[in-house]
Design a protein around this ligand. Structure first.
Ligand code: C2E
Ligand code: MG
Ligand code: MG
Length: 361
């Protein structure tokens, strides 16, 4: 049926690109058209629009109606043939990234951003080999008595030219490549060793929280890596809290639940990070063996100014209480925010008001 649809798509494509144009099937679901006479004005845009419209009409096979989407990347002369295809491909990625049924025209700035990204990726690969990362730890405390009970490990990349690079910049990059698995494994080992060092120094009660990326969470090595990191370091499993995000879970709910159960069997704690920002499915939440919900910083930020944000924060707190989950507020920057959260029944908090992320010592 796939072949049949490709044939129909090819016919429509050929129909839209009649004249002096050349149309080709590049392989898989990719086609290319070379337009030699576009003339002036925005003919290329109108042609792209026509193509998208043609491709989004339903495909009728003998017994089914199939709907498809199309994304188009466009590169304009000058440039040699190889380069044009490469540039069109970059534009295609851009078109796909900005949604379905779009076209995008290549610009030199795109080439530059891809080059920069590639440079960063090479640097990251080297940094993983050299272990050029450090961790900062942000204290987490109970709102009731102000006692610090744990710390969240936040990775930093110490880049030779760029200085400290934020994880928000390089974790997504690492996630697009296989680098995240190595990095994640290293993060787990290092954090467990730190947790053990604190326990040995007399802080046996301290819990240590570590973020798992979505890719890491879904990888088949995760359970072995966690088991290995705990065994190597000698850290007690219940002192390790793994933070996962909703987006990591939504990809494959059943697999996610199985992974979470595996982590629980190992004895580690689980917290749902950035809670409320993803597609929180309450029906699933009750099946997730998590112990804590972290109220996302975006709700805490406006908690005193926006009735809506306060309502969401309060609702997460009530939800946590009813489901017997610990609730941790992230990004508390002011005493008044902490007071509001405490009064609403929130168990714990972290944020610049109590302490910025700092080196382990
Ligand atoms: P997150 O897990 O939600 O971490 C909280 C982020 O909020 C941290 O940013 C922290 O420095 C920042 N933060 C804490 N308190 C405040 C506050 O009061 N005000 C403001 N404005 N910000 C505050 P950071 O360190 O840049 O980390 C960003 C994200 O990168 C983290 O979000 C986490 O998702 C990810 N990340 C950090 N370390 C790791 C890691 O080792 N592995 C993985 N996979 N992801 C990590
Ligand atoms: Mg976190
Ligand atoms: Mg968070």
């Amino acid at each position: 049926m796939g072949d049949e649809i490709l044939r129909m798509a090819a016919t429509r494509l050929a129909h839209c690109s009649r004249g002096t144009n050349t149309a080709a099937h590049l392989g898989g679901d990719a086609f290319a058209i070379i337009c030699t006479e576009l003339g002036h004005g925005n003919l290329v845009q109108s042609m792209a629009q026509r193509l998208i419209e043609a491709m989004t009409k339903p495909f009728m096979t003998d017994d089914e109606t199939i709907r498809a989407t199309a994304s188009i990347g466009i590169a304009l002369f000058p440039g040699d043939a190889d380069q044009l295809i490469k540039f069109a491909d970059m534009a295609l990625h851009q078109a796909k990234a900005s949604g379905r049924n779009r076209y995008h025209i290549f610009s030199p700035a795109m080439d530059e951003s891809v080059r920069r990204r590639k440079g960063l990726e090479d640097d990251l690969r080297r940094a993983i080999d050299d272990e050029a990362f450090t961790f900062l730890y942000q204290p987490q405390l109970r709102l009731g008595d102000g006692q610090v009970y744990g710390a969240e490990a936040l990775v930093r990349w110490n880049h030779p030219d760029r200085g400290l690079v934020s994880p928000a910049d390089f974790i997504p990059l690492a996630e697009c490549t296989s680098l995240i698995r190595e990095l994640g494994h290293w993060v787990l080992r290092t954090v467990c060793v730190q947790g053990r060092a604190w326990a040995d120094a007399g802080h046996g009660d301290l819990r240590i929280a570590v973020n798992l990326s979505a890719v890491e969470f879904m990888s088949d090595d995760l359970l072995d890596n966690v088991r290995g990191a705990l065994a190597e370091s000698g850290l007690q499993p219940q002192k390790l809290e793994l933070e996962i995000t909703e987006s990591a879970i939504m990809e494959d709910m059943e697999k996610a639940i199985a992974t979470m159960q595996g982590l629980r069997e190992i004895g580690a704690r689980l917290a749902m990070d950035d809670f409320g920002t993803g597609f929180s499915s309450l029906a699933y939440l009750k099946r997730f063996p998590v112990q804590a919900l972290k109220i996302d910083r975006s709700f805490v930020k406006e908690i005193l100014l926006s009735a809506e944000d306060a309502a969401i924060a309060n609702a997460v707190i009530s939800l946590g209480q009813s489901l017997k989950l610990e609730v941790i507020a992230e990004g508390v920057e002011e005493l008044a925010q902490a007071d509001h959260l405490r009064q609403a029944g929130c168990d714990s908090a972290q944020g610049f008001y109590f302490g910025r992320p700092v080196p382990p010592a």
